[in-house]
Write a protein that binds this ligand. Structure first.
Ligand code: MRU
Length: 350
């Protein structure tokens, strides 16, 4: 597998197996995990071997293809039963990422329309590969739409990892940054470390390093200092789910960054494919927020950081109200208020 820049293979088919880079071990180790069953894929999504909403969607689609492959059923009814079970198991892994349900729906459309098991198996595999490839093309388009929004010599803050690792490749927020860098080498990226899972420190910094994009890692509580000094003049983040009115769920801490950006008059951009836009939810208050293990907060790898039994809250995402969002960049273009209209139009065209 290629190892650098946007050629990082986050996930791919190798023969009849789905291979993923283990993101829990990065940047210290590059280890690849092979998956032969949908249950293994579900476990890898749940335990963050693979993470980032678009990448989770690709994994779920491939998981469904594996489910079809592993099912011994010879009849349509038998295969559908196995596929429904896999879809439920995959869906339950991570509740906030809308791309997960979107990808499962894409696969369900196939096996609800087709009746012949061999054909269903072939089409599910084919569609999963298409979802991967479409995701990369969407990220490149997002980058191209987003790049002109940034000033010369941009000083950009990003939160979490919305890079090649979080998508089929290239990235959404990091895709925009890659495209800005192609036009202007004189940029700098402020990378929030992103407690508690450290996606910024471990993954975003690693991706930027591979591509020679100038960056500086900061702890999450330092961003206010840099905003106040006028050192940040744009923010770009990804998203796990965007409600119809433009409210944006993203990694915990994103809301805080949006408030700081607004207070300092700095534009706050969200980069995401239209497959992240959930028009069924009128606003962000309906977005399910995943609560994760206390151990993610109390320890890091082998290091205990809090006393045993310390009470912990660990919401993995927060919601940034649309009033704090300057624009949402999708593969369809740059969308501004009124988001209810501009997002609906983008989704219709996708
Ligand atoms: O918990 P994670 O690592 O899956 O959270 C990821 C994020 O919040 C990303 O910003 C989001 O999924 C967009 S990835 C292109």
């Amino acid at each position: 597998m290629a190892k650098t820049g946007y050629n990082i293979k986050t996930i791919e088919w190798q023969g009849d197996e789905v291979v993923m880079i283990d993101q829990r071990l990065l940047p210290l180790k590059e280890k690849y995990i092979r998956h032969q069953t949908w249950q293994e894929v579900a476990s890898s999504i749940k335990t963050m071997v693979i993470r980032g909403a678009p990448a989770i969607g690709v994994a779920a689609a491939m998981g469904m293809a594996l489910a079809a492959q592993q099912s011994p059923a010879e009849t349509y009814a038998g295969l559908k039963k196995d596929l429904d079970l896999a879809a439920k198991g995959l869906f339950e892994t991570r509740p906030t990422a809308y791309n997960l349900g979107w990808a499962l729906q894409q696969q369900a459309r196939i096996y609800e329309k087709e009746a012949e098991p061999a054909r269903i198996r072939r089409l599910l595999r084919q569609r999963s590969q298409e979802i991967l490839e479409e995701d990369i093309s969407m990220c490149v388009a997002i980058g191209e739409h987003g790049a002109p929004l940034f000033p010369d010599g941009a000083r950009i803050l990003t939160h979490c990892n919305a890079g090649a690792l979080a998508t089929g490749g290239y990235g959404t927020a990091l895709g925009v940054i890659r495209s800005v860098f192609k036009r202007d080498r004189n940029i700098k990226v402020y990378v929030d470390e992103t407690r508690p899972f450290l996606q910024g420190a471990r993954l975003t910094a690693w991706e930027l390093e591979q591509e020679g994009i100038p960056y500086c890692l900061i702890t999450d509580n330092m961003s206010g200092y840099f905003f106040k000094k006028g050192e940040i003049n744009a923010v770009v983040v990804g998203s796990d789910r965007i409600a119809a009115n433009g409210d944006v769920a993203n990694k915990i801490g994103t809301y805080t960054v949006s408030v700081l950006a607004k207070a300092h008059g700095v534009p706050f951009y969200v980069a995401a494919p239209t497959s992240t836009v959930d028009l069924s939810l009128p606003d962000g208050s309906h977005i399910p927020i995943e609560e994760r293990e206390p151990a993610e907060v109390t320890r890091f790898r082998d290091c205990e950081c809090a006393a045993p039994g310390t009470p912990v809250c660990n919401p993995a995402f927060d919601v940034t109200p649309h009033e704090n969002v300057t624009a949402i960049i999708t593969e369809a273009g740059v969308h501004r208020e009124p988001f209810a209209e501009t997002l609906a139009a983008a989704k219709k065209g996708s």
